[in-house]
Ligand binder design. Sequence first.
Ligand code: UDP
Ligand code: MG
Length: 315
Amino acid sequence: MKDTKLYVVIPCYNEEEVLPETSSRMGALFTRMQEEGKISPESRIVLVDDGSKDKTWQLIEELSEKDSRFRGIKLAHNAGHQNALLAGLMTVKDVCDCSVSIDADLQDDIEAIPAMVDEYDRGIDVVYGVRNCRATDTGFKRFTAEAFYKLMKVLGADVIENHADYRLMSRRALQALSEFPEINLFLRGVVRLVGFPSSQVYYARSERFAGESKYPLKKMLSFAFDGITSFSIKPIRLVWGVGFLACLIAVAAAVYSLVAWGFGKSVSGWASLMISIWFLGGVQLVSVGVIGEYIGKIYKEVKRRPRYIIEKTNV
Ligand code: UDP
Ligand code: MG
């Protein structure tokens, strides 16, 4: 009989439609794992209500009254998936032996959890859940996700392909994670920086069984953009490169117009003027935009605002 205290952390945003099913599946898995002696009876399922507008928190409260393995954290406002997850992980980091984070819709196969705990028992600190097939995602989601991982790699951020936020972390990995104070938190990237022995567990991803995605395209894009700019300064170098290129082109254009002028062939020059005005204007705007993005990040960091605010908890 092992006494691994496992805490599963589930961020929930307007998930009243999926919670009953999710809780019964998780409850059943916990019962089984306890019977098999894989986890201690003190293991918990922590549901983090990320400022939901529906009955999510009511459901969580009812659940934790009926079954003491369920616990709840209520955030005071919608802090976003990453911050909600962080709120959960930071709350459990001193009480658990290891944590597993998973989405409320159970698109990630919960049967991978026992395999993750086995890895933990072998002394692994971080176990990444990796999808081995994306057949259930729409073609569009698959394409954007692949492009995202490729882009992240090109830009130098170390991310694991097809790994979302389904992972096991040991207590010491969580404690190391708590040393990262950044506001623009991109967990997938930061966990790689934490280091410690890690391994991967493969699973098939299924469809959301109820409710709809809380990640519309707009949120997905801003998530990808945040991920890139909080991990890489390559966009700044790119701007530098583009500026340099623009200078070279300008020199070539100057040489060309001087020569043309020397041969008495200079025309009114309207076209080249218009092109260079637009081109330079464009380059400048893009540059200012990218630099602005970083200044925005610095601005957020220096304010040191709390990343989430817990209103109630019974963990
Ligand atoms: N989520 C959250 N806060 C948000 C948006 C989403 O806590 O502002 C949670 C949501 O309840 C779910 C997880 O993040 O547990 C992933 O969301 P979803 O399944 O909708 O994303 P998708 O799988 O479509 O990428
Ligand atoms: Mg989902």
